[in-house]
Ligand binder design. Structure first.
Ligand code: PLP
Ligand code: COI
Length: 339
């Protein structure tokens, strides 16, 4: 695509050539259907529109230094979409169907996979929605599974440069026994008010605290949180956190680098003792954090005083992106070569 400025792509939607759809009707999934339309036709009483019966995934494909295209940890996303479907009582997408749809969608849009060295990648968005009509609050009997792709740049405009985060004490993203652990639209709807508030105040994103006690760190906007101290990678455990596949990968990489890994409740005040802090996710990759402002309790935490990402974050970032781009060995079989 000669007219795309790959190096300055934002994290946004750009029309690509094709997407894939698959319908669940009469208790079974149909064939994958290829579409060049960006629109879907839907019943006015579809459950996704009224009762939020929907789930999505986010993954990426990369063009490597060897010009091969790799998709990262697709089976993990298939599994998570299954957990999300169970959580809001939807038909589950079989893992082989999920995989086939993802690979086909990438292959049909090869000209949108950004070139190696641009920092951009092909974002893949699988989406499962209740399409059957209901007026009472009940699960639908029909579903639509779709996959579209779009080339993207960094989620935060800072890229791998440190960002500032605001602690949210006025809203919760998810309840302790709610839907925070699955990837459903309602969680993102609940997060919008605080994200817009944070953006208006000049912050890249929001740090959510646990809803029960407002004491522990849950997540950083659409990403998990990690902190580094004493050669240890520390990331929160909580029932309302989305289990990030990036975070899971970073825990393995940290251990492989000889670090200790702790997954446990992390009090927000512990930020004072971290040498480095960051947000991690498919979209965010690793976004180092330079400042966390908890203004309601008059507290500011600062990292990266020289304005640069910390050394452990740099090492983890290079390892992770190296595996994705085929410049580091993929010891754990996380990538699949698409083409
Ligand atoms: N947390 C939330 C709320 C997210 O939306 C995401 C993005 O998917 C993540 C964490 C990171 O998860 P992953 O690394 O699997 O993309
Ligand atoms: C991702 O990291 O894949 C996400 O889904 C984050 C966000 C754009 C919702």
């Amino acid at each position: 695509m000669e007219n795309i400025d790959w190096k300055s792509l934002p994290f946004g939607y750009l029309k690509t050539d094709y997407n894939i759809r698959c319908y669940y009707r009469d208790g079974k999934w149909g064939e994958l259907e290829i579409s060049s339309s960006e629109y879907i036709d839907m019943h006015i009483a579809a459950t996704c529109l009224h009762y939020g019966q929907e789930a999505f995934e986010g993954m990426k494909a990369f063009r490597g230094a060897d010009n091969k295209i790799r998709v990262f940890r697709c089976p993990d996303n298939a599994k998570r979409m299954e957990t999300s479907a169970e959580g809001v009582v939807m038909a589950k997408v079989p893992h082989d169907l999920f995989h086939e749809a993802v690979i086909k969608t990438i292959k049909m849009n090869l000209r949108f996979v950004p070139p190696y060295g641009t920092g951009a990648s092909l974002y893949i968005r699988p989406l499962l929605v209740g399409t059957g009509a209901q007026v009472g609050v009940n699960p639908a009997s029909e579903y639509l599974f779709m996959v579209f792709v779009t080339p993207v740049g960094p989620y935060f405009k800072e890229g791998f440069n440190p960002v500032e985060m605001l602690v949210c004490r006025d809203h919760d993203r998810a309840a302790p026994l709610g839907t925070g652990h699955i990837k459903v639209g309602g969680n993102y709807a609940a997060s919008l008010i605080s994200i817009v508030h944070g953006h208006n105040k000049g912050f890249s994103s929001i740090i959510y605290l646990d809803a029960r006690e407002k004491k522990y760190i849950d997540e950083c906007g659409p990403a998990n949180f990690f902190g580094i101290k004493d050669n240890t990678y520390i990331t929160p455990s909580s029932t309302s956190i989305l289990p990030s596949i990036t975070n899971k990968s970073l825990m393995v990489l940290a251990e492989d680098m000889g670090m200790k890994v702790e997954r446990r409740p992390v009090e927000v005040t512990e930020l004072d003792s971290f040498e480095e802090a960051g947000a991690c996710g498919t979209a965010a990759v690793i976004s180092p954090i330079k400042k966390v402002v908890d203004w309601q309790v008059n507290k500011v935490y600062e990292f990266c005083k020289d304005g640069k990402p910390g050394p452990v974050s740099v090492k983890l970032y290079n390892k992770l992106t190296g595996i994705q781009l085929g410049t580091e060995p993929d010891k754990w079989g996380w990538t699949e070569i698409v083409e």
